[in-house]
Design a protein around this ligand. Structure first.
Ligand code: AMP
Length: 440
């Protein structure tokens, strides 16, 4: 069978690599892919943009792709699954209507309130209804969010009422384009963030291994927010009791609510949660797809055939399906271009990829491009180096061995990915191995 993966980041490299391992698959296409997917056995890049739904459907039809898996949110929110379904093509992901869970924060907040799913208190405004007095009445810090897709940049945590009013006014004035025509003003939640990702097929659900990512650019979870600088799986904070609570209080009522609203969900569903000090799993956001970089460590641990799992969801047999996981931990360190997440350098030659390929673990590509035989940087997040180990600390050691083998001019990465999990491991076992990037 042939598979089409839509997208070209680290998540899609991991998806393509994993699908290519299926004995039932003889060809994986990635549209558009990157320099890493081009090198994978059984995988071929196709020069079609991830949002060119007409061309993707024409290609899937011409090649008779038995399954299409969509990585990024853009084509899902634009209705790629509906288009493929209308043409009789299997495409794994939510419909346009269900993808609104990611496409509109105001829609999602109303949905959560209506279905009594825990989340921060909020109010929604547009240009005509915005009232600065509402912001002045909020406790600080206060969170201002653009309603629509803003490439992970539409959330601003404001420490003063003045900066919050300025941010809200700028968003409503068009600083985020149409994404900011409506804004959500939200209570600030403290706690620890967890990514909880499931495969859903209407009411049946298969939770993936737990994971946690680091969104801030700099060590110690400081500096600007990014798309994610690293992630690991499992997340020791998600105890069996918390896992059960997230399923009961978030995932199940969400899938029930979607069904009740006439939009039964199918696809990967990602709940970004803030675990309050009392254990309440508050929903910060939903994503209608896998997370990046969480996917890379999660798929490193998946022993089952991913194609089988997606097909079980499409066939409605997910509740009879189980996933097998490598008991080891996996940890991924994102290597980014200098300047990221602001304007970043491109075209820097990357050295050491061959040496890294001889080490244990796996390097997934994201913003990379081949220039003849040389691979160069071509995006903000360039690579994600993933290690495996008996503990998160051991996985971290292996991941940084890969990182140290690779170099380019102005490369930046965090040196402490997984530190919270490693602190927890030490606390529970008294073991004190690992615990940061000790340098090459
Ligand atoms: P989002 O795009 O909604 O995931 O928000 C991006 C990041 O902003 C989240 O991962 C959190 O770190 C932070 N954030 C969003 N909403 C809140 C909130 N209500 N309280 C605290 N932090 C938040």
């Amino acid at each position: 069978m042939k598979i089409l993966i839509v997208g070209g980041g680290g998540r899609e490299h991991a998806l393509a690599w994993k699908c290519a391992q299926s004995p039932r698959v003889h060809q994986v296409f990635v549209a558009p892919g990157n320099a890493g997917t081009a090198l994978e056995p059984k995988v071929r890049n196709v020069a079609i943009a991830a949002d060119d739904i007409d061309a993707l459907l024409a290609f899937a039809t011409r090649e008779d792709a038995g399954l299409t898996i969509v990585g990024p949110e853009g084509p899902l929110v634009a209705g790629i699954v509906d288009r493929f379904a209308a043409a009789g093509r299997a495409c794994f992901g939510p419909s346009r209507a269900s993808a609104r869970l990611e496409g509109s924060k105001a829609f999602t907040k109303d949905f959560l309130r209506r279905h009594r799913i825990p989340t921060a208190s909020y109010a929604t405004f547009d240009k005509d209804t915005f009232d600065p007095a509402h912001i002045r009445a909020q406790r600080l810090p206060v969170v201002i969010k653009a309603d629509g897709l803003a490439a992970g940049k539409g959330v601003v945590i404001c420490e003063t009422h003045e900066s919050a009013i300025e941010t809200a006014t700028a968003m409503l004035g068009g600083s985020f384009g149409s994404a900011g025509q409506t804004i959500v003003i939200e209570e600030f939640l403290s706690g620890e963030e967890v990514s909880f990702i499931v495969i859903a097929s209407d009411q049946s659900v298969l939770p993936l291994a737990t994971s946690q990512d680091h969104k801030r650019r700099d060590d110690g979870d400081r500096g600007p927010n990014t798309g994610g600088m690293g992630a690991y799986s499992p997340a020791p904070i998600v105890t069996p009791a918390l896992h059960a609570r997230i399923m009961r209080e978030v995932i199940e009522p969400t899938l029930r609510g979607l069904r009740a609203d006439g939009n039964p969900y199918q696809g990967f569903l990602y709940a970004g949660l803030m675990i309050a000090p009392d254990g309440t799993p508050n929903v910060i956001e939903f994503n209608c797809r896998l997370g990046d970089p969480e996917t890379q460590p999660i798929l490193m641990r998946l022993q089952s055939d991913l194609v089988d799992l997606c097909e079980a969801a499409l066939a409605g047999t997910l509740d009879r399906t189980q996933a097998q996981w490598d008991p080891r931990a996996a940890l991924g360190v994102v290597m980014a271009a200098g300047g990221y997440p602001d304007a970043y350098r491109q075209g820097d030659p990357i050295s050491g990829l061959d040496a890294a390929a001889r080490l244990a673990g796996k390097v997934f590509h994201a913003g990379s491009r081949a220039e003849g035989a040389q691979i160069v940087t071509a995006g903000g997040r360039v690579l994600c180096a993933v290690g495996l180990g008996a503990s998160v600390a051991a996985a971290q050691t292996q991941a940084y061995q890969l990182v140290h083998a690779i170099h380019w001019n102005s490369v930046q990465y965090r040196h402490d990915i997984g530190y919270r999990a490693i602190e927890r491991e030490r606390g529970s076992s008294g073991v004190s191995s690992g615990g940061g990037d000790a340098g090459p």
